[in-house]
Design a protein around this ligand. Structure first.
Ligand SMILES: [Zn+2]
Length: 235
């Protein structure tokens, strides 16, 4: 517990750096990666994905040689949408990346009471507080060999969410809400080894670092996202 507190103190300036688009940190023995999807403030209108520029960017951190098990903390899910739909949306986000390579990347471990953004040995997806206009964030911890040993994903409770189960189209989601599957698919790209992209021409990629209400197109991988997966894991 003492060690964890020390680590969090160290992490505070990292959070500030991330607000400016920077990364990383290494405590000496193990490091923390934080990657986030941002909403413009106020949240901008959703516009179509546009041209696929096939761009990707690698974090440099390695996914382990065996698959990682993710779990969801359903007690944090919003009460205004169906729990099973949220669960299904999160699972789809993982299987989307899994489907882009023959490597088995993720295993659905069901539910947990573990907290997100806490290094506790559980790869947790949960809703929770995130400051600074962040819609969601992926936290990752890596070892001295730069292999990811744990990740957590938090979807911000500062925003309204929807599952848009029967919806489609780039911007076909519910008004004034972020789509759970859309945003989670983006976040899952981080523990895999992909960075945010912030160029305006990168917009069609799932790893584009900004998100909008109603947006659905990040649910499916663009060519840059797929290229990144192939470089990391092969076909
Ligand atoms: Zn991101």
């Amino acid at each position: 517990m003492r060690r964890y507190r020390a680590f969090m103190l160290f992490a505070l300036p990292i959070l500030l750096l991330v607000a400016f688009g920077s990364d990383v940190a290494n405590s000496g023995h193990e490091g923390l990666i934080i990657r986030a999807a941002l909403a413009a403030n106020p949240v901008g209108a959703c516009t179509s994905a546009g041209t696929d520029n096939q761009v990707y960017s690698l974090t440099g951190y390695k996914f382990p040689s065996t698959s990682m098990t993710f779990k969801t903390n359903q007690s944090t899910f919003p009460t205004y949408i169906s729990k099973s739909e949220v669960q299904s949306a999160i699972k789809s986000a993982f299987t989307t990346w899994d489907g882009a390579t023959k490597r088995a990347l993720f295993v659905d471990g069901g539910t947990t009471t573990a907290k997100a953004n806490t290094k506790d040995g559980v790869n947790t997806v949960a809703f929770g507080n995130l400051g600074g206009g962040y819609v969601a964030a992926a936290y990752g911890w890596f070892n001295t060999s730069n292999v990811v040993i744990e990740f957590d994903i938090t979807l911000s409770t500062s925003y309204t969410w929807a599952t848009n189960v029967t919806k489609n189209g780039d911007c076909g989601g519910a008004a004034n809400a972020f789509d759970v599957r859309n945003i989670t698919t983006h976040e899952v790209g981080h523990p895999i080894g992909l960075n945010d992209l912030y160029g305006t021409s990168d917009k069609a990629q799932t790893m584009y670092g900004y998100a909008a209400y109603q947006e659905l197109y990040k649910r499916t991988l663009a060519n840059g996202d797929k290229k990144g997966v192939l470089v990391l894991f092969g076909q």
